[in-house]
Design a protein around this ligand. Structure first.
Ligand code: FAD
Length: 492
């Protein structure tokens, strides 16, 4: 096959490299390669009209709204996202402080400021703290099974439930309090589903769960928007390196491809786009989302990937996470409130949900984050929801979502609580298919930018081969590391 479209590659002198995907992984790889003396001829092929992928900040509600990535998890020196953000001066003074960087969170989500029961009862702080300590204590215990040959059950969910069942049997309280405790625990399961980007913790394998490295540092946000980071990386790249609206259809590799303008030269890879354009290259870095790879595995690589790579892609999970933004006439929360937990009193992690999703989807919502008030007249909550319920919500209209959540909030708080915002599909709702990866239990991709997780390692082909798959698991770091290994191969 000969190249039919595509301009001559970028201005570098070295080997010709194509990056597929212009999210932070692809941009990070491109930046790394451009900076090096071996500066390759480089192109980033991005399917859409914008770079940044699941990092997307928009102006809304009188400020900046994160439609995708929200926090830097584990912001400390070992975290390349933090380092880049600090270098570009995108963070607040307090988030750069040594004290913040040294804070150990264990990777657990902070306690809610307030917990509302679904019938309007307020759930006591003591009970929430007790259940949080039980839940996260058990999550920490899962690390004991790392590399273990005799894990008691296959999944994290089953392990948590087994332990909770045992403990619940000896709870001394009355029936009502015991039920409430289980309902609070159910809420923590929902949080963990969001963190892991999974429908159920039963889908996340127990043994490798502890592979995930939690970096120190109190999670922090970007005052000007996460997208400032990808914008800065983009600005550091030579002009025209990124080719927009170029969805890649097939990566032909392990071949010998020619190009009319490079007489006598052959290339081992040819990247074919949906519009018929073809780009020959010496190397390709693939950073498309794992969900895309899973859906198109049979046609995306020609020849197909080696069995063990394809198996790794099949075995890794990929789920859906959504955010819902609600705007209120007046806040019903206290000024110092940061996170509102909603506890569904009729739920329990020990009981499967049997009702139809349309009746219960909103019970998967973990609650709401109070967005910082940019303007005294704007009051916004951001809800998080994962899994099949999250996918079901995507099928509803904004009005239906708003109606359901208004009813929920009226029930759990005051009867006159009015939301006037909604989730909308233009700016207010974001549903990138899946935000996290679990490798039959590998820890989720987005919790921190720690060292390469099993997921990324499993995807990487030998550096001697021309094709590498990165992104997702640790984005910048994995593609950065791969670039380094190529630079070594090229003798730089
Ligand atoms: C709602 C939500 C909240 C999140 N919160 C956080 C958080 O708080 N902290 C955190 O660290 N992470 C968070 N994440 C995860 C984080 O956003 C992602 O892990 C990260 O942005 C992934 O970067 P990436 O470059 O690997 O993939 P992406 O950002 O998905 O980039 C892949 C790019 O490839 C392009 N592409 C796809 N198919 C093709 C094709 N065929 N040809 C060419 N291009 C293609 C896409 O258009 C996209 O631009 C969140 C994600 C979501 C969805």
């Amino acid at each position: 096959m000969e190249s039919s479209g595509g301009r001559a590659e970028g201005s570098g002198r070295g080997p010709r490299v194509l990056v597929v995907g212009g999210g932070i992984a692809g941009l990070g790889a491109a930046q790394r390669l451009c900076r090096h003396p071996a500066f390759p001829q480089l192109r980033v092929l991005e399917a859409t009209a914008r770079a940044g992928g699941r990092i997307r900040s928009e102006r809304g509600f009188g400020g900046v709204v994160e439609l995708g990535a929200h926090w830097i998890h584990g912001p400390s020196q070992g975290n390349p996202v933090f380092q880049l953000a600090a270098k570009y001066q995108l963070l607040r003074e307090k988030d750069l402080s040594e004290e913040n960087q040294l804070t150990e969170t264990g990777g657990h989500v902070g306690l809610p400021s307030v917990s509302y029961g679904s019938s309007g009862v307020s759930v006591s702080r003591e009970l929430v703290v007790e259940m949080a300590s039980l839940f996260y204590g058990l999550i920490d215990q899962t690390r004991e099974f790392l590399h273990s040959a005799d894990a008691p059950v296959p999944s994290v969910g089953e392990y948590l439930k087994k332990e909770i069942r045992q403990r619940a049997a000896s709870w001394p309280e009355d029936e009502e309090t015991r039920k409430l405790k289980l309902a609070v625990l159910n809420s923590f399961f929902n949080v963990e589903c969001c963190v892991s980007g999974t429908h159920s913790m039963d889908l996340v394998a127990l043994v490798p769960f502890g592979e995930y490295t939690v970096l120190p540092g109190l999670d922090c946000t970007f005052p000007g928007g996460y997208q400032g980071l990808t914008n800065h990386i983009m600005a550091s790249l030579p002009e025209d390196v990124i080719v927009f609206n170029k969805p890649v259809k097939t990566v032909h590799w392990n071949g010998s491809f020619k190009e009319a303008s490079s007489l006598g030269e052959t290339f081992p890879v040819l990247v074919e786009c949906e519009d018929g354009a073809c780009f020959p290259a010496h190397h390709v870095i693939v950073t498309v989302p794992l969900g895309f790879l899973k859906e198109h595995l049979d046609t995306f690589f020609e020849p197909p990937l080696p069995t063990e790579k394809a198996e790794a892609i099949r075995k890794m999970g990929f789920g859906t996470n959504n955010k819902i933004f609600l705007e209120f006439e007046e806040p019903f929360w206290e000024p110092d409130c940061q996170y509102i937990q909603v506890v569904w009193e009729d739920t329990s992690p020990l009981e499967d949900v049997t009702s139809e999703l349309r009746h219960v989807w909103f019970k998967k919502l973990i609650g709401f984050l109070v967005l910082p008030s940019f303007d005294r007249s704007v009051h916004v909550l951001c809800g998080f929801i994962a899994g099949l319920e999250s996918e079901f919500m995507e099928s509803l209209s904004d009005e239906d979502v708003l109606l359901s959540l208004t009813q929920v909030l009226r029930r759990v708080t005051a009867p006159d609580t009015v939301c006037r915002g909604s989730h909308t599909s233009h700016v207010l709702l974001h549903h990138a298919r899946g935000s996290a990866v679990w490798l039959e239990g590998g820890r989720p991709a987005h919790r921190s930018a720690g060292p390469t997780g099993t997921a990324a390692r499993a995807l990487a082909l030998s550096p001697a081969l021309p094709l590498q798959c990165h992104g997702e698991a640790d984005n910048v770091l994995s593609s950065d590391r791969q670039c380094l290994s190529w630079l070594e191969i090229w003798g730089c």
